[in-house]
Design a protein around this ligand. Sequence first.
Ligand SMILES: C[S@@+](CC[C@H](N)C(=O)[O-])C[C@H]1O[C@@H](n2cnc3c(N)ncnc32)[C@H](O)[C@@H]1O
Length: 177
Amino acid sequence: MAPEGTETYLPSEDTALLIRALSGWGSGSVLEIGFGSGAVLQSLLTRFSLVVGTDITSPDRARMAKGSAEVVLADRASCFREGTFDLVAFNPPYLPSEAIRDRTVDGGRGGIEVPMSFLDDALRVLKADGRIVVLLSDHGDLRGFVSHCIGLGLSISEAARAALFYESLVVYEIRRR
Ligand SMILES: C[S@@+](CC[C@H](N)C(=O)[O-])C[C@H]1O[C@@H](n2cnc3c(N)ncnc32)[C@H](O)[C@@H]1O
């Protein structure tokens, strides 16, 4: 049984947008933090030589998501050494929340607390010239996230956007300057 608050996130509009935003990317090694159903990992399989995902979901669900990607039950990228990946992508839990009750969607304060923690670990395992691709929603504090990246000396630009009737989803590309 999955730990409380770690049900599998079913593929949604955000999943589809991240898949689309990554469709031009290929070659080398890619890590997806928070693989959920495995839909994004599946979309990357034919284009990268190494496709790896982490999640805090249950072993059974990880097995279902596997395909021929490598999946690891781990917190963010904690199990990898520094400078491993060419690309790190994530569609993190991003809904503003006072506390983290549902770990598939609750993003903490401003909806960016959890995304910023994913970013920290992504930067650690990213190669010097690697890229991070992250999906967020305008329900969260997008300005706060962008300022955080700039404060870390990173370059951040918008790579894709989708307007839904209840929110806008934004995909950012981040790299070191
Ligand atoms: C919004 S869902 C996205 C799932 C999938 N990538 C998609 O796009 O459909 C966020 C995912 O992050 C996972 N997650 C939350 N906290 C995590 C952590 N500390 N380490 C790894 N994965 C985590 C959740 O279990 C969930 O599967």
